[in-house]
Write a protein that binds this ligand. Structure first.
Ligand code: SF4
Ligand code: SF4
Length: 362
């Protein structure tokens, strides 16, 4: 926070100086742009908000969801990954590593991650393209310029989504990025788990058009056990967004044995309905955001996101076991039932993602 406050202080001092001083006497020194550490930029996305979007994934996360679909984004620093199917076993990487951090055995090469500096030498030298460094530092003005190249396909509804990891782990870089993009007229969404001081998100709200907000587990003890932190801050921050009538899409990942119980969905639904109660009974049709819908504090959409295993190779590439490697797709009948329960509290509830027609495929 201290950094953000300093940023605001410096900005307002600069604005004051510009008003009071003749232009020719103004110091022309520009504020340096902060650097962001990003994992990836995904283009033409249809899953991170309305319309066609470009999603930028920030690195670093303050939760530890065991089902995470972007495990390379959890560490804020760049990380080395290895894809065995592309490895020809030449051993060049082992010799090239200045840290002597690579060894080889029966199962292929192994990284000593405590020695690795993510310098990228092994990836550059590898003839098979089997090693990749996940993550790069980029000044925010350059990142904004890169994202603005996609302007041509955003259309009326699309734009840029900031995702992660948890974007707020890099809140100064994210704030500056949203300022630059908004100044260029871009529609901006942010995908967040909401587990931080509300002031971080509040500072960004003037530049954000939509918040994609995760509500995963309602029971705080279970939340703490599985995700590494209780959910009181997340629930309180959600209420504050609703009170401020911010445009929100709630997202609940449907994870086998963790979030996919009827009790959990009912409890989240009840919370959404209560948070939307502006003192009166909730009118029928709320949440559909249709013209004439009374102005109560509800999200525009609630998505139950079906589990999939598309990230399994990412865990292998990081030498990490994944608790969900043998889990199947969510069964259609199950997610339909959960969606029906969700719709009792919020008629706009939908499910998204691929599902299994009968029984989960391993
Ligand atoms: S990224 Fe650099 S330090 Fe890390 S394993 Fe490769 S060569 Fe060694
Ligand atoms: S340099 Fe590449 S191909 Fe050769 S052993 Fe290392 S990872 Fe495998």
């Amino acid at each position: 926070m201290a950094g953000s406050e300093a940023l605001f202080r410096e900005t307002s001092q600069k604005e004051m100086t510009q008003k009071e001083m003749p232009q020719k006497e103004m110091p022309q020194k520009e504020m340096p742009h902060p650097e962001a550490v990003i994992l990836d930029i995904q283009r033409m996305s249809t899953e991170d908000g309305p319309g066609l979007r470009t999603t930028v994934f920030f690195k670093g996360c303050n939760l530890s969801c065991p089902w995470c679909h972007n495990p390379e984004s959890i560490d804020k620093k760049p990380v080395v990954t290895w894809f065995p199917r592309r490895c020809i076993g030449c051993g060049i990487c082992r010799k090239a590593c200045p840290q002597k951090g690579i060894s080889s055995g029966e199962e292929g090469i192994r990284f000593n991650r405590s020695l690795c500096l993510a310098c990228g030498t092994c990836a550059e030298e590898c003839p098979g393209g089997a090693i990749e460094i996940k993550g790069r530092n980029i000044p925010v003005d350059k990142l904004a310029a890169e994202l603005l190249k996609d302007f041509f396909y955003f259309g009326k509804d699309g734009g840029v989504t900031l995702s992660g990891g948890e974007v707020m782990v890099q809140h100064e870089a994210a704030l500056e990025l949203t300022r630059l993009l908004k100044a260029a007229g871009i529609n901006i969404a942010i995908d967040t788990a909401g587990c931080y001081d509300f002031s971080l998100l509040e500072a960004m709200l003037p530049y954000i058009d939509l918040v994609l907000y995760d509500l995963k587990i309602f029971d705080s003890e279970a939340h703490k056990r599985l995700l590494g932190a209780g959910n009181s801050l997340i629930l309180e921050n959600y209420r504050r967004l609703m009170d401020m009538k911010v445009r929100v899409w709630v997202r609940t990942p449907i994870i086998p044995g963790a979030t996919d119980s009827e009790e959990n969905i009912a409890a989240i639904g009840n919370f959404i309905a209560k948070a939307g109660r502006a003192g009166d009974d909730i009118p029928a049709g709320r949440g559909e955001n249709s013209p004439g819908t009374p102005a109560v504090n509800l999200p525009e959409r609630w998505e139950l996101c079906a589990f999939n295993k598309l990230c399994r190779d990412k865990y292998d590439a990081l030498d990490r076991d994944w608790a969900y490697k043998d889990a199947g797709l969510t069964e259609k009948t199950h997610i339909e039932k959960l969606t029906m329960i969700a719709a009792r509290y919020f008629p706009g509830a939908v499910y998204t993602g691929a599902v299994a027609e009968t029984g989960g495929e391993p």
